[in-house]
Structure formats: structure tokens, C-alpha cells
Ligand binder design. Structure first.
Ligand SMILES: Nc1nc2c(ncn2[C@@H]2O[C@H](COP(=O)(O)OP(=O)(O)OP(=O)(O)O)[C@@H](O)[C@H]2O)c(=O)[nH]1
Ligand SMILES: [Mg+2]
Length: 436
């Protein structure tokens, strides 16, 4: 089975917590803070591999998780970073955030990498918080949670030429004649169920041709099998449109041609202007030459050339290959939009400072005052709420940023509940803030 669309859940490793520790030296009754930083969580990274052809492994591997960072230790020991999880995907895989639709990466080259879910930063150990005034801070930061997201992986075959046409038109027969690919061929519709790629050698030239399942009327709306595979056509540089002109088929070649063109336009704007070569296939059959002639006449006004071939006997196939390689030579190599993952960026260390903390909005949820703002939420997330000293620091930072004043202005009073992120606090003037 050819799987070319899957959804997975990716979770970067959590950062390790910073340590609270103090130096112990002989004759020094109370040493300075020596709690090390936590290690960084590993990231979930995708890497394109040209040897892979499908996404089917992901049917059994839908949860991708990188390792957590280790907590910091005493004597300023930094915790070990969590190992990245590197997952191989086929070249041509497009990665999107399912919830936002955001394009995460477009992996078009062997070895190209993208970060799907970043690991969390490690928390800072108490050694980092020592100042001239507070020489022995008794708190450390928690590690940041690893990024978590639902992502879709979609495989778009990368080929120079796409074979399109109605089922049974002879696309697979043609590919088997011009390349060493051995697609299934049979006298019934929808014989081809998966895209098949073949490398075609034409003189000094070579190009990749994709044989895809036949399209029918309504394909762009999801009718028939062809719809799912229309996406593979998007990336080809040239279309070879195969039309069955045998009398035996009982089909109308001109109508067939036009229906497929219409489906292309309906599927994605721009597909209908992709360069195209039309082949009238099965020219060996009775009645075919006359019908091929009628098709050529109908298309002449549009400037679309029609080549007569028999994929079965090989008649006209050399001329077709010559025409294809000449046409490809005129076309620019496809400009693929390469979107790199955030991998190249330096790992950022998030520090909540005044401006970020100040950027909050306050709303009410019943009796609860809700503080919304990324800076404040992340500060709370990284604060060790079971530690009095850490809680005091949190309060101090929120107060200095003006958040406490804003809450009072909003009507908050002694004993009221404040919610920041997932955590609720009870406000008590005398105690500053207590965890709720
Ligand atoms: N006489 C004759 N028969 C042909 C020719 N090309 C293909 N056929 C026959 O047409 C039938 C369908 O051919 P396929 O190559 O499987 O057609 P397809 O376009 O790949 O069909 P789908 O995979 O269903 O979309 C087979 O029985 C072929 O042998 C040709 O040039 N002449
Ligand atoms: Mg086929």
C-alpha cells in the first residue's frame, strides 16, 4: 500500500530542571550557590532520505518523542541534553502543522532536515541567580516543556514529467516501454493504484517520469482514485497527456481531453497552464488514425501539438521522447519553495523581562482573574511553585512589570483567585501570593 498522507504527534523533550545546591568546602560554613543548569530537551527532527518511497512506516509510528534533558546537579554540574529523535522521510515530503496549517518544511533534497518539535530549554540552576544582594538564592528554574504539535506529512512525488489521462489510456504501458519501471498493466480501469516513477534515458539526457492512476470527470472533487494523486502532478515540469484514440474504446478523444483539462484547472489554479504534450495512443488499432487526426485538428487552434504513438508496438515513441527532452531543455528547472525548519536558528534562551511580562491582558472567568500573556504564562511555567523563594521571585517580577497593579485596577482583592496559564493563585496582600 502506498501511503502518502499521514498525521503524527511530535513532542520535543522537556528541559531538565535547574538545581538548587550550595558549595561545601572545608572551613567554609556556608558556601555560595552551586546548582547547575538543566540540560536541553531533544528535538524531533525530520530528515529526507532519497532511498525511501512511502510514508507507510508512520502508520505504526504516530507518536514521535525526543528524550528529556537531565536535571542540573550540585557543584555546578549541567544536566545532559536529551537526545534528538531523527526520523527519516522520503524526499518530497511536505510537513504542516495540522492545527494552524502552517508550513513547517518542504523536504526536497536528500539529507535536508527540519525541526518538527523543538526540545525545551533547561532551567537555570540557582548559581545563576546570585546577585550582590541575594548571595544565596534558594530557588532554581524548572525546565521548559518541549514543543508539542500535530503535524501532517504529505508526500509529493518529484518527477520531471507526469503522465495523465483517463484510466486504461495506456499510461503504464508507455512508462514500461520507455523505462525499466514495471508498472502493472491490464485492460481495466484503475489498474495503477500508486504513483510509479521511471527514469527515462533519451540520448545523453535522462528524466524522471511519473505514472499515476487515471483521472476521470469529477476527479478534482474526489471522484475516483485519481484525485489523491493529482497532488503529484503539481510538481512536475511537463505533462504528457495520454488519450486513447482507438475506436474499440468507444470513447470520444476530444471530450476525454477536455474533461481532464477541466479537472486540472479545478484542482489547483496554475495546473492548467503547465506545459503539455498530447499523445494519441493506440494508433495501431483500427480507426485510430482518423480519430487521432480529429483530435490534432481540434487542438491545433490552441497550439497544442499531438503526437501519434502506440505504446504497445513502440511506434512513434522515439519521436515522443525526443519531443519531451527538447521541451524539458527549454523549461526552467522547477523552483521548489524550500522552507527550512527553524533548525538553523540558535537555541534561544527565553528570559522573561519587563516588556514581555507587561504584555498581558486581564479578564474574568467568574470570580477568577485570568492573566493572559505569553511572557507571564511562561514565567509561571518555569517557576518551581513548591519553592517559597521561587514564588517570591515570581511575585516580584510580576509586581515590577506592573501586572499586580493592573490586577488591582481590575478589581482584584484580598483572597481573590488569579489564574496564569494552568496555575491558580490566591492573592493575599500580606503573603504576596500563595499557590491556590
Ligand atoms: N492496442 C494497444 N493497446 C494498448 C496500447 N497501450 C495500452 N494498451 C492496452 O490498454 C490497456 C490499458 O493499459 P494501461 O497501460 O494499463 O493503461 P493505464 O492508462 O495505465 O490505465 P490505469 O492505470 O487504469 O489508469 C492494456 O490492456 C494495454 O495493453 C496501444 O498502444 N495499443
Ligand atoms: Mg496504469
Amino acid at each position: 500500500m502506498f501511503v502518502d498522507y499521514v498525521e503524527v504527534q511530535a513532542k520535543g523533550g522537556d528541559g531538565g530542571a535547574g538545581a538548587v545546591a550550595f558549595r561545601r568546602e572545608k572551613y567554609v560554613p556556608r558556601g555560595g550557590p552551586a546548582g547547575g543548569d538543566g540540560g536541553r530537551g531533544g528535538s524531533v527532527i525530520l530528515q529526507a532520505d532519497a532511498a525511501l518511497r512511502t510514508l507507510k512506516d508512520f502508520r505504526y509510528q504516530k507518536h514521535l518523542r525526543a528524550r528529556n534533558g537531565q536535571p542540573g546537579g550540585s557543584s555546578d554540574k549541567t544536566g545532559a541534553d536529551g537526545e534528538d529523535l531523527v526520523v527519516q522521510v522520503p524526499v518530497g515530503t511536505i510537513v504542516r502543522d495540522v492545527d494552524t496549517g502552517e508550513l513547517i518544511a518542504d523536504l526536497v533534497a536528500h539529507g535536508q532536515r527540519a525541526v518538527m518539535a523543538r526540545g525545551g530549554m533547561g532551567g537555570r540552576g540557582n548559581a545563576r541567580f546570585a546577585t550582590a544582594v541575594h548571595r544565596t538564592p534558594k530557588f532554581a528554574e524548572k525546565g521548559e516543556a518541549g514543543e508539542e504539535r500535530r503535524a501532517s506529512l504529505e508526500l509529493r512525488v518529484l518527477a520531471d514529467v507526469g503522465l495523465i489521462g483517463y484510466p486504461n489510456a495506456g499510461k503504464s504501458t508507455l512508462l514500461s516501454r520507455i523505462s525499466s519501471a514495471r508498472p502493472k498493466i491490464a485492460d481495466y480501469a484503475f489498474t495503477t493504484l500508486n504513483p510509479v516513477l521511471g527514469v527515462v534515458e533519451a540520448g545523453d539526457d535522462s528524466f524522471v517520469v511519473a505514472d499515476i492512476p487515471g483521472l476521470i470527470e469529477g476527479a478534482a472533487d474526489g471522484v475516483g482514485l485519481g484525485h489523491e494523486f493529482l497532488r503529484h502532478i503539481v510538481r512536475t515540469r511537463l505533462l504528457v497527456h495520454v488519450v486513447d484514440v482507438s475506436e474499440f474504446s468507444g470513447r470520444d478523444p476530444i471530450r476525454d481531453y477536455e474533461v481532464i483539462r477541466r479537472e486540472l484547472a479545478l484542482y489547483e489554479a496554475g495546473l492548467e497552464v503547465k506545459p503539455e504534450i498530447v499523445v494519441a495512443n493506440k494508433i495501431d488499432m483500427p480507426g485510430a488514425p482518423a480519430r487521432a487526426c480529429a483530435l490534432a485538428e481540434a487542438l491545433e487552434s490552441k497550439g497544442v501539438p499531438v503526437l501519434d504513438i502506440s505504446a504497445l508496438t513502440g511506434e512513434g515513441v522515439r519521436a515522443l521522447l525526443y519531443a519531451v527532452s527538447a521541451r524539458l531543455a527549454q523549461l526552467p528547472p522547477e523552483q521548489l519553495p524550500i522552507v527550512h525548519g527553524p533548525e538553523a536558528e540558535e537555541p534561544r534562551r527565553y528570559t522573561a523581562r519587563g516588556p514581555r511580562l507587561r504584555d498581558v491582558s486581564i479578564s474574568r472567568d467568574g470570580d477568577v482573574f485570568v492573566v493572559i500573556g505569553e511572557g507571564a504564562e511562561r514565567l509561571v511555567e518555569r517557576t518551581d511553585l513548591d519553592n517559597e523563594a521561587a514564588l517570591n521571585r515570581l511575585y516580584g517580577m510580576l509586581a515590577r512589570a506592573g501586572v499586580m497593579d493592573a490586577l488591582r485596577e481590575a478589581g482584584m482583592d484580598e483572597g481573590d483567585t488569579i489564574r496564569i496559564g494552568d496555575t491558580e493563585f490566591v492573592f493575599a496582600e500580606s503573603y504576596n501570593m500563595r499557590r491556590g
